[in-house]
Structures are given as structure tokens and as C-alpha cells.
Design a protein around this ligand. Structure first.
Ligand SMILES: *Cc1c(COP(=O)(O)O)cnc(C)c1O
Length: 416
């Protein structure tokens, strides 16, 4: 397709016919007529996850009861699923464990990292990072009562603020609002140049963009199970500790599941030698078992194809919005250069909230992020090229007819 000419709906249908990932769509539960552009917030339900949920509840829990901890490998689930996630983020088996939430994992890793850099007083992050990341770091700052302070620095000034006093740099690889990608290799190298440690939040990366943690020698990482990994609402998060740091990695939530021998029931904590030391308490078996299905499905797809389709969807979306919604008040809020973009495209509009509500009323689901962002996520395993066309036509129609201006679209719900 010539990039200079505007594609037609038929062109996009042709791309769907030739799409090497097309077979994956049927492996998800997606209602007929629904266009789902919010897999970056909550991934769709894999069909196999539904049957796995029934199995783990009815067979393993219902019939197996407590015997299932051994019989069905419940105890090793966090590490087993962790090894699967490792393959998606450029880590080795034994470097990743699945447990708790991304927020809690971030606390564990940041606290452990500070302990590994005594005498240094700064954590560096960026303003506008995902709220929980900043809140957790602020909580840690308060807990440490002045020994460590959080410094948030805009992207273009980051390198000069990462200095000999920096213990840890915490950044989100793909920005949740703009979809902008950080240069993971360059920033990690900068942190290491001054002896600081680097922690990446991969919540909007894993499963959507190639990530090579060991290739860039990242020290730590966290991420989310319920976005592109399709793990289900509130699925556990994961944490990564580079193998070279494992022996020095001491996280403060030293619960019994991180103990070298949890069932020895001793009084004194001694961390496991393995990545299991990243665990705290009893794993959420049902959630982790269901998540495993989503991770396996993701791992079965080719990342080169995923990235290529994701970029194609994003480029088509930008091109069509700018052509069909020209002069309607939308401004691109994501990098135009695909190489600097994750798997989402955002536009600003002064009426972003009611416009998104009007789209949702037409069964086209994206989301709104305050104050004025319309966010469209493209999960390459189930979003079709033709969905892009239909979304842009609906958007243009909502604008031309002023459908967005109806009073019911102004009511804000708790979750936007
Ligand atoms: C979604 C997301 C989270 C979510 O954290 P939870 O603890 O699961 O609520 C954290 N960080 C980033 C960057 C995210 O995008």
C-alpha cells in the first residue's frame, strides 16, 4: 500500500486476510460487533482461560482441596508462570516470579535496590509517570524518613540528573498516556555509568513490544498481568531480578513464601536462594492459574509479527484520523515516529471524555485519561485492521452529528 494514498476499507480487509496473526482472534471471547481497543488496560478473555478457571476451581480446589498444593503444583505456580513471562521480556528462567500486584512488587524492588546502594540519597523518576509508581516511591521516601528522596525529572533532563548520588532510576518503558517508548538501552547504560541501579516498569510493554532486559543489562523490572498478557482483572504482577543481583537482593516484605523452607516453620527468616525470595505470602492460585493461559497464548505468537502489526495498526489509525477527522479538534498526543511508540495511540481533544463515551455507546471501547486524552490500545492478537477503519468512521460521525454533546455522555463513572 502506498503510504501517500489513503487506504480504503477494502484495503484494510485485505490486510486482515494476509495477517499472519489473524488466527489468534478466535482464541479470545469477543462479542460480535464489538471493537475492543482497550487491551492495554484490561486484556480480552482467552477462551482457554475460561475452561482453565472452571478446572482450577472445580477440580483442583473443589475435589483436590489442600492436596492440590503438591498434586497440581500450586506451590511452584509463581515461578512456573514467571519463567513463561521471562521469555517475553528478555529474561532467563529463574529471574522472574509472578505474585502480588505491580505496585507491591515495585515497593519490594525499590526498597531492595536502595539497600544495595548505601550512602546514595536519590531515586530518579519522571513527572507524569504512572501514578502508582510515583505514589509507591513517595511511600518509600516517607518510610525512610529523609534518607532517600524522590526526584522527578522531565525526559530531556534525565541524563544529567542521574548522578553519583542516585541509588535507583525507576521509569515506565512505554508511557501509559502518550505511548512513548523510552530508550531502554541508553538510560540503563547512563544509570550504570554512575553506579546507579535501573528498574523498568513493563506494564505497557510486555506482550506488545519487544523487550530485552538482559540485552540492556537491566537490574530490576516489574509489570502487569492483566494488560497485554491477558491475565484477567486483578491478575498478579511479576518482578524481575537480574541473576547477578539475586544473592544481594533482600526485599523487605519477607513473608513465609519467600523463605528458603516455608514449611520448616522456623522463627527466623532466611530468604530462598532462588527468585522465590521475591515472594511474600500465599500466592493467589486461581488468578495465577488463569493468567498462565494468557501468558502462554502470548508466548506462542511471534514477537516480530506482533510488533509489525502493532505499528501498522497505529500508523493506519493516525493516518485515517488525521484525514477523516481533520479540523475537528484532535491533536496527536503520541510520537508520530513509530519507532518511539508502544502499541497505543492517543489524541487530545477538549471534549475527550464525552467523545469516548459516545464511542463506547457504539460498542467501540477505548478509554479516557484525565485531563483530555482519548486512548486507543491495539492488542495485535485480536484487533483487526478493519476495526481501525470502523473506529475512525464512527469517530468522524460522532463529531459531525455532535452526538458526543448528549447530556448522558457527560456523567463520569469511577473508572474512566
Ligand atoms: C497498569 C499499571 C500499573 C498497575 O499497577 P497495579 O498495582 O496492578 O494496580 C502499574 N504501573 C504502570 C506503569 C501501569 O501501567
Amino acid at each position: 500500500m502506498d503510504p501517500a494514498t489513503l487506504p480504503s476499507r477494502a484495503d484494510l480487509m485485505r490486510l486482515d486476510r494476509d495477517d499472519p496473526l489473524a488466527q489468534y482472534r478466535d482464541r479470545f471471547v469477543l462479542e460480535e460487533g464489538l471493537i475492543y481497543l482497550n487491551g492495554n488496560s484490561l486484556g480480552a478473555l482467552p477462551r482457554a482461560a475460561r475452561s482453565r478457571a472452571v478446572e482450577v476451581v472445580e477440580q483442583e480446589w473443589g475435589l483436590g482441596l489442600v492436596r492440590s498444593w503438591n498434586r497440581h503444583g500450586w506451590v511452584s505456580l509463581p515461578e512456573r508462570v514467571g519463567d513463561r513471562v521471562a521469555g517475553l521480556i528478555g529474561a532467563e528462567p529463574g529471574e522472574v516470579v509472578v505474585a502480588d500486584s505491580t505496585s507491591v512488587n515495585l515497593f519490594k524492588l525499590a526498597a531492595a535496590a536502595i539497600r544495595m546502594r548505601p550512602g546514595r540519597s536519590k531515586i530518579v523518576s519522571e513527572p507524569g509517570n504512572f501514578p502508582t509508581d510515583l505514589y509507591i516511591l513517595q511511600g518509600l521516601e516517607g518510610f525512610l524518613q529523609g534518607d532517600v528522596r524522590l526526584e522527578t525529572v522531565p525526559r530531556d533532563a534525565l541524563a544529567s540528573h542521574i548522578d553519583e548520588d542516585t541509588a535507583l532510576v525507576v521509569l515506565t518503558h512505554v508511557h501509559y498516556k502518550s505511548g512513548e517508548l523510552f530508550d531502554m538501552a541508553a538510560i540503563t547504560a547512563r544509570a550504570h555509568e554512575v553506579g546507579a541501579l535501573m528498574l523498568w516498569d513493563l506494564s505497557h510493554s510486555a506482550g506488545a513490544v519487544p523487550v530485552d532486559l538482559n540485552g540492556v543489562r537491566a537490574d530490576f523490572a516489574v509489570g502487569c498481568g492483566y494488560k497485554y498478557l491477558n491475565g484477567g482483572p486483578g491478575a498478579p504482577g511479576y518482578l524481575f531480578v537480574a541473576r547477578r543481583h539475586l544473592a544481594d537482593f533482600h526485599q523487605p516484605l519477607s513473608g513465609w513464601f519467600g523463605h528458603v523452607e516455608p514449611f520448616a516453620m522456623r522463627d527466623d527468616y532466611q530468604p530462598a536462594d532462588s527468585i522465590q525470595r521475591g515472594l511474600c505470602g500465599t500466592p493467589g492460585v486461581i488468578g495465577t492459574a488463569v493468567m498462565e493461559v494468557g501468558v502462554e497464548l502470548q508466548a506462542s505468537a511471534d514477537m516480530t509479527e506482533i510488533r509489525a502489526k502493532s505499528l501498522r495498526l497505529g500508523e493506519l489509525f493516525i493516518q485515517l484520523v488525521e484525514a477523516h477527522c481533520d479540523g475537528m479538534g484532535f491533536a496527536l498526543a503520541s510520537p508520530r515516529d513509530s519507532a518511539r511508540r508502544g502499541s497505543q495511540v492517543s489524541f487530545t481533544h477538549e471534549h475527550a471524555y464525552p467523545i469516548m463515551q459516545a464511542l463506547i455507546a457504539r460498542n467501540i471501547i477505548g478509554d479516557f485519561r484525565a485531563p483530555d486524552i482519548l486512548r486507543f490500545g491495539f492488542a495485535p492478537l485480536y484487533v483487526r485492521h478493519v476495526d481501525i477503519w470502523d473506529t475512525v468512521q464512527a469517530l468522524a460521525d460522532i463529531m459531525v452529528t455532535r452526538e458526543w454533546d448528549k447530556p448522558q455522555f457527560r456523567q463520569r463513572s469511577a473508572v474512566t
